[in-house]
Design a protein around this ligand. Structure first.
Ligand SMILES: O=C(CO)[C@H](O)[C@H](O)COP(=O)(O)O
Length: 262
């Protein structure tokens, strides 16, 4: 990759680069999915190749598994790992309590299973992902293909009765066909605008027949590493609030970014 990096790419990169410092030798690490998580995987790959870091990586999607292997990370399944020291993943939104919306990349099911099976979950995100109240980003809900339209009708009806449905919901598409997750399911995107009680909504959605999982991550994230377009990073911890504000050396990181992206 050459030429000018967009501020958002720089923000994602510095968040990923800082979060890679949390990865220690011997750890079993959950590897997230998405463009920010892809930077993390590349940064960890660099540490494996250049510094001799030895970790086992548990990817949250086939895309991440492929990238992790490409950059030299030893990939194992969650069942082989059983429990993880740390998971680092991106998010579509995070709020002040570090609750999240995830699933923009369609990997929410594996992401939630992996994050929940970890001692610690760290989110990496550009500052644009921070919101006061979750819900502006359409909430992804993974549903089984059988009877998906009936499930959608049930979901919409329930949301209307709870007074949370904004516009409607739509089946996520991949060109002319429904998007299919790694687990062979479909995704409904719910347009809610503002989720008053995310915990309650998550529980209600997961009780519906046909719903496999939803993209609300409640009480799962321990810390967020927030990246800014000018190279600043902020680490916000669930218990202690902001614990670090720093600026990554952009001369160094710019080179690394360019090297990694090539
Ligand atoms: O939940 C996800 C994938 O299912 C991603 O973490 C989320 O969509 C953020 O992606 P990006 O880092 O590309 O903005």
């Amino acid at each position: 990759m050459s030429g000018e990096l967009s501020p958002i790419d720089k923000a994602k990169f510095v968040a990923a680069k800082r979060a890679a410092d949390y990865v220690e030798d011997g750890m079993r690490v959950g590897l997230g999915t998405g463009s920010t998580a892809a930077w993390l995987v590349r940064c960890i790959g660099e540490m494996v190749r250049n510094d001799g870091l030895r970790i086992k990586g548990v990817p949250t999607s086939t895309r991440t598994a492929e990238l992790a292997r490409d950059v030299g990370i030893d990939v194992i399944s969650l069942d082989e790992a059983k429990w993880l020291d740390l998971t680092i993943d991106g998010a579509d939104e995070f709020d002040g309590d570090l609750n999240l919306i995830k699933g923009g990349g369609g990997a929410l099911l594996q992401e939630k299973i992996v994050a929940t099976a970890s001692d610690q979950m760290i989110v990496i995100a550009d500052v644009g992902k921070e919101v006061e109240t979750l819900g502006a980003f359409p909430l992804p809900v993974e549903v089984i293909p059988f009877g998906w339209q009936t499930t959608q009708a049930l979901v919409e009806e329930t949301l209307i009765s709870m007074d949370v449905l904004g516009r409607s919901s739509s089946l996520r598409m991949n060109g002319a066909r429904p998007f299919v997750t790694d687990e062979g399911n479909h995704i409904l995107d719910l347009y809610l605008n503002r989720i008053g009680n995310a915990r309650q909504l998550s529980l209600v959605l997961n009780q519906m027949p046909g719903v496999v999982e939803n993209g609300l991550f409640i009480d799962i994230c321990d810390a967020v590493v927030i990246g800014y377009g000018d190279g600043r990073v902020e680490v916000r911890d669930i218990n202690q609030g902001t614990i670090e504000q720093d600026r990554l050396d952009f001369v160094e990181t710019d080179n690394l970014f360019t090297d990694l992206a090539d």
